[in-house]
Design a protein around this ligand. Structure first.
Ligand code: SAM
Length: 229
């Protein structure tokens, strides 16, 4: 066996890395929903990043995915999923498909996921991995997700995986009654992960969860301009 083969990670190595990720990064930070822990242990996160990142695919930080965008830190994916409070019956809108990793987690825990990405190449990569994993309840759109996806509204849940300068009212309008939306809100390099609930009178109730740093939501109802970093 040459040096390259000896260093090659096997299916078992990845499964072990996933278990280690859940035990050391997710559970100790307070995520206790059994279904989320199981799905985090099941979905092969390494398939959503370039092969050169496979050795660090389960590490405690974001990774590059091309187009100057990132796959989020595993804990943030778990936290956002938990705060969506999914029962399995929901129609979810995700803005910012990125690698498609969060989408895959959501597809296992909700009825349908509608996901929008502004970069066609990222959307295509995500779709390819989802097909390989046999995920069939995901619907894709390439375009400006800050406008939502009116054709399929209302949604039970909305998750925005890019930072918005303010609570996005246009997206809130596509949320169903008693639905909730998760969105990082704030300045360009520092935001508060915010849960926005629509009560039975259609009022907006906002709750800050934690500080975070996301890439910007670029679009008509997000940050204007063409910066991607
Ligand atoms: N959740 C993703 C994952 O698991 O890989 C990570 C998403 S990444 C942090 C944010 C994504 O939002 C990027 O892919 C970026 O291109 C996308 N994005 C930014 N503005 C957008 C917009 N207006 N519409 C759709 N996608 C947008």
């Amino acid at each position: 066996m040459d040096g390259e083969d000896k260093n090659k990670l096997t299916r078992d190595d990845f499964a072990l890395n996933r278990r280690f990720m859940v035990e050391t990064q997710i559970k100790p930070r307070g995520i206790s929903d059994k279904r989320i822990l199981e799905v985090m242990e099941e979905i092969p996160r390494h398939l959503f990043v370039d092969k050169k990142y496979w050795p660090s695919a389960y590490a405690d930080h974001p990774l590059p995915i091309g187009e100057e965008q990132t796959i989020s830190q595993p804990y943030i994916v778990a936290l956002m999923t938990e705060k969506l409070d999914l029962s399995g019956r929901e129609k979810v809108l995700e803005i910012g498909t990125g690698s498609g990793y969060q989408t895959a987690i959501l597809s296992k825990l909700a009825k349908e996921v509608y996901t929008v990405e502004r970069f066609g190449g990222l959307a295509l990569n995500a779709k390819t991995v989802h097909a390989k994993l046999g995920l069939e309840n995901i619907f894709y759109k390439t375009g400006d997700g800050s406008l939502g996806w009116a054709e399929f509204a209302p949604f039970d849940r909305i998750i925005i995986t890019a930072a918005s300068p303010d609570a996005p009212v246009g997206l809130f309008n596509q949320l169903g009654e008693n639905g909730c939306m998760l969105v990082p809100v704030g300045a360009r390099f520092s935001q508060v992960l915010t849960r926005i609930t629509k009560d039975s009178k259609g009022q907006m109730i906002q709750e800050g969860i934690c500080g975070c740093v996301f890439v910007p939501l670029i679009g008509d109802n997000g940050w204007k301009g063409d910066f991607n970093a």
